[in-house]
Design a binder for this molecule. Structure first.
Ligand code: BGP
Length: 463
């Protein structure tokens, strides 16, 4: 077995709107997440979250105690620029500047995501990513981040889960205009995001050359055919393009994958590419691929529109002759019904290696569970088992040629899940709050955090 590189970035992740709270503190503007309608009224909103805004120093100390080499977090656009464009909020700059300094003091490498689902409200009002003005606003925002933190941050991530925010917009909190051609709308947004992040990648290279690295972080999961029927294999390849490759092929290789273009053309949903856009994208030249991995997807061919919950006009998946998702009977599930597939992580890493030949880093991977606090302890053996099996898969993939340079599990601390509240806990550290009562948001290390500390100390040898 090859040894893991000694500079491997072991750590964990959070995102601003799910973790920080302080949603309107010290001049922060509102994002779509602050005003999102919480569909399940029993679950928490994002206003106070884990109250990291008031516990950041203690939180970094805990990361230091766990031996983190890296911490992947996101910056809230509206904490830096309350309206998304225009006046900069110095208090917001100060908050992240202090956080970054504290991380560096603890020898923790900051890996900073510029955008994690939290579009400024004022920009959403003009159409969000659907409006090309937002490309300029995002580039302006990124420049402010480079101006203020570029001397200390060596790893930047432009966009979190571009594919998920497009394909599952309403779940993530991104509204779609009524009566639009959803496919076309979604892939127009995708194009605008791609142009925006390409400009930011170019700017990053112009300013910092090789000293600073920049990548993007889609959610990537290998797609299995439900059987060895050739039709199912074709379906798995189609869905793999829709689910994974369309977003990476364009930014890494500089062209749009024709398998999805063919579907868009057939559905009358082709998006607009303005003169000059492709040249911008082809100069993006990203340094690495970051990706979030939770599970794999299994797909069979379908002859008619698949039976999804969304009405036909809002569907992106399940077009006849394209493929539909089915469950994989070979895999166990989490308490929240997500299939657990550590081998699938190895498959995914090797596919990424084969397809793009770039360094990769995992920026999310973990298990959501109803953790129980008993006698001030959380015995989360299921989380240890989950993380252990996935790290084993990483080691095997390294042995077989993957250029992975870091693993940041989801999540460093408990935080509010995208749409299932605080009760769906992912953290290495427990936050003592419930859905409606923030209590004192006391931090308590779970059993998994002690186990992970030893994994980091032994550089992945002792699992
Ligand atoms: C990813 C997101 C995260 C996160 C995670 C777990 O899609 O980048 O923000 O929350 O999934 O998902 P959930 O919160 O729905 O369990």
């Amino acid at each position: 077995m090859k040894k893991i590189d000694k500079n491997f970035l072991w750590g964990a992740s959070t995102s601003a709107y799910q973790f920080e709270g302080g949603y309107n503190s010290d001049g922060k503007g509102l994002s779509i997440q602050d005003e999102k309608e919480i569909l399940n009224k029993e679950t928490s909103d994002f206003k106070i979250a884990s109250d990291h805004y008031h516990h950041w120093k203690e939180d970094v100390a805990l990361m230091g105690a766990m031996g983190f080499k890296s911490y992947r977090f996101s910056i809230s656009w509206t904490r830096i620029i309350p309206n998304g464009i225009g006046k900069v909020n110095q208090k917001g700059i100060e908050f992240y500047s202090n956080l970054i300094n504290e991380l560096l003091k603890n020898k923790i490498e900051p890996i900073v995501t510029m955008f994690h689902f939290d579009m400024p409200n004022e920009l959403e009002k003009i159409g969000g990513w659907g409006n090309r003005k937002v490309i300029d606003a995002y580039v302006n925002y990124a420049n402010i981040l480079f101006d203020n933190f570029g001397d200390r941050v060596k790893y930047w991530i432009t966009i979190n889960e571009q594919n998920v925010l497009l394909l599952q917009g309403p779940i993530v909190g991104i509204k779609r205009p009524q009566n639009c051609n959803v496919l076309q709308h979604v892939f127009q947004m995708n194009h605008n995001i791609t142009v925006a992040q390409s400009l930011v990648m170019q700017e990053c290279h112009k300013r910092f050359a090789a000293k600073v690295k920049i990548g993007t972080a889609p959610n990537i999961s290998s797609i299995y055919p439900a059987s060895c029927k050739p039709e199912d294999v074709i379906a798995s390849k189609n869905v793999a393009v829709l689910r994974n490759w369309f977003y990476l092929d364009i930014i890494v290789k500089g062209y749009y994958n024709r398998i999805l273009l063919a579907l868009l053309e057939e559905q009358n949903a082709m998006f607009e590419i303005k003169a000059g856009d492709m040249e911008i994208i082809q100069k993006a030249n990203l340094d690495f691929i970051a990706f979030n991995y939770y599970t794999t997807t299994t797909v069979k061919m379908n002859e008619k529109i698949a039976n999804y919950k969304l009405p036909i006009q809002e569907r992106i998946f399940g077009f006849p002759g394209f493929g539909e998702t089915v469950s994989n009977k070979n895999l166990n599930k989490t308490q929240f019904g997500w299939e657990i597939d550590p081998k699938g992580l190895k498959v995914t890493l090797l596919e990424l290696q084969e397809r793009y030949n770039l360094p990769v880093i995992i920026t999310e991977n973990g298990i959501g569970a109803y953790d129980k606090l008993e006698n001030e302890k959380i015995i989360d053996d299921y989380r240890i088992a989950y993380l252990k099996s996935h790290i084993e898969a990483i080691k095997e993939a390294i042995n077989e040629g993957s250029q992975i340079f870091g693993y940041n599990c989801w999540s460093a601390f408990d935080l509010i899940s995208v749409h299932e509240g605080i009760s769906k806990r992912y953290g290495l550290v427990y936050i003592d709050r419930d859905e409606k009562d923030i209590k004192e948001a006391k931090r308590i290390r779970k059993k998994s955090s002690y186990w992970y500390e030893q994994v980091i100390r032994s550089n992945g040898e002792e699992l």
